[in-house]
Design a binder for this molecule. Structure first.
Ligand code: AR6
Length: 172
């Protein structure tokens, strides 16, 4: 069974088979982790994304990682938090599930996720981490390592509390 590892650091630095991007419907870049991934991957990523025609909320698309250490980038579009009664939990769960499905289809063994929707899109962090960890547990048999890449020690603390079976968090 693969491990779910909580990491604190910048997802663009990770040498894994795939990193997941918290993108928007255009797939043409933005702020937050999306901006960091596009900067680190180089302009080839934007050129490739232009050919994809966007992505609906809750779905995912895969591209090469270009100049990133990661081989693949899986772009998924999380829901904007509107109070929790507009299908946000189902859409967020779908982001994680579709990302895992695309990864498995490419033979990915190691994958890292940011905390989708919890920045600009305002999803409450605990509730989002609960969904993330639930879907990660569903898929751990099919992967060697699943990384929950947190941008702050506080965020990592939320994952740690919700995942007593996870190894102690590591920092990059
Ligand atoms: N590595 C890991 N995590 C990061 C990094 C990084 N380099 N940078 C930020 N985070 P956000 P969203 C964390 O806002 O809420 C963009 O403009 C951040 O602390 O990046 O899904 C897109 O284009 C937070 O925990 O994504 C969309 O328009 C998490 O990543 C919109 O933001 C997600 O925060 C998507 O909003």
């Amino acid at each position: 069974m693969g491990v779910i590892q909580i990491l604190v650091g910048d997802i663009t630095k990770l040498q894994v088979d795939a990193i997941v991007n918290a993108a928007n419907n255009s797939l043409l870049g933005g702020g937050g982790v999306d901006g960091a991934i596009h900067r680190a991957a180089g302009p080839e990523l934007l050129a490739h994304c232009r050919t994809l025609g966007g992505c609906p909320t809750g779905e995912a698309r895969i591209t090469p990682g270009f100049r990133l250490p990661a081989t693949w980038v899986i772009h998924t579009v999380g829901p904007i938090w509107r109070g929790g009664h507009q299908g946000e939990p189902e859409l967020l769960r779908s982001c994680y599930r579709q990302s895992f499905a695309l990864a498995a289809a490419q033979g990915v063994r190691t994958i890292a996720f940011p905390s989708i929707s919890t920045g600009a899109y305002g999803y409450p962090k605990e509730a989002a981490a609960c969904i993330a960890l639930g879907v990660m547990r569903e898929h751990r048999d099919a992967f060697d390592e699943i990384i929950a890449c947190c941008f702050s020690p506080t965020d990592a603390g939320i994952y740690t509390t919700l995942c007593p079976e996870c190894p102690a968090p590591r920092s990059l």
